[in-house]
Design a protein around this ligand. Sequence first.
Ligand code: CTP
Length: 415
Amino acid sequence: MKQQRILLIIGGGIAAYKCLDLVRRLRDEGACVRAVMTRAATEFVTPLSVAGLTNERVFTDLFDLNDEHEIGHIRLSREADLIIVAPATADLIAKMAGGHADDLASTVLMATDKPVLAAPAMNPRMWLNPATQRNVVALKGDGIRFVGPNTGEMAERDEAGPGRLAEVPEIMAAARAILGEGGVPHVTRLRSTRPLAGRHVLVTSGPTHEPIDPVRYIANRSSGRQGHAVAAAAARMGARVTLVSGPVALTDPPGTSVVRVETAEEMLAAVERSLPADVAVFAAAVADWRTEAAPGNKLKKTGEKHALNLVENPDILATIGKSSERRPPLVIGFAAETRDVVAYAAKKRRAKGADWIVANDVSANTGVLGGASNTVHLVTEDGVEDWPTMAKEDVAERLMLRAAEFLRRSTAAAE
Ligand code: CTP
């Protein structure tokens, strides 16, 4: 970090004291550090101690008027290679997302054309609050980078969860990574981080539940993690996302509009209502069968064998993939197989009218169903790509980047 100029914006939170260590480490690595403190931050650490460590004067609202003469907020924000916001409080994040400029910190952030790294720290409930999550999605979409928060014990007693400020070495590593990219301004990054802006992505996810009677149902082991990760990735990339989800124990991915369904028939109806879309990703593990007629009352034991009369469910992917009307330009299916993965997937691609099939081995020993990672093969008209084992979030990210590139090319070809 030799000679790199860091502007550290210190927000008002209990974790503000960790900034003292951050300043020390940044300077140890040769960076020049200047600090802006919000009014609330000065309640937690004194500007004097920050100034002692930065070896520079500290900028707070209190000095606003003088500062405008000596060094304005524009200069403050421009004379930096990187801006680090730590701790990024819920309030500071909200101000950044809303484009507020009512104090020195928020004005500097509004005025900057430099990369910004935010290290959130707050109470877990404040972090998980939909408003904060919406703001974070918006800021990520704007090219703001985040490190943390970490999960663990909070300063308040009996409080634990996501909301701890990332550790100083983690913040340093994130800063180094951004500076290593040559300090590309986040406004320039915008286009590349929102490659799905203006697109509508429709995703199905989770299992379906097919009733046997009012209290029992047929289900499968799908957790919905892969489909939800696809929806989250598409939203981060700027798409309007409709997520049609069967029953799952996951929180709604930020920035998506979720339609909850139970059965395959409900899922098909919701998908049809959500069209048109630019991309449709069918990641749901739709039950292949449903009972022919579920009785209105609970089935009782009779001491005899009981057979369920099953009929096939509609194939949602095939219905949309083979429809001539309102077929999205890019239709992506998943193929869960336990053997001959690629061969079956290639067959499914043709049979269901999909453009791409993401094929994965879901044999019990792979731990894919309900697990965190996935080893997939992307089967397209042009052949098969073997992807390395990745977290489901990374599979999602890579898939949506490919989708964005596909749409970009087809739009360019049409012009
Ligand atoms: N799919 C669907 N509707 C169904 C069944 C499957 O939309 N009724 C979609 C899935 O979301 C997935 C793809 O079709 O994108 C393949 O799902 P998979 O379960 O692997 O295939 P099946 O058609 O059920 O084939 P089989 O179980 O016989 O392998």
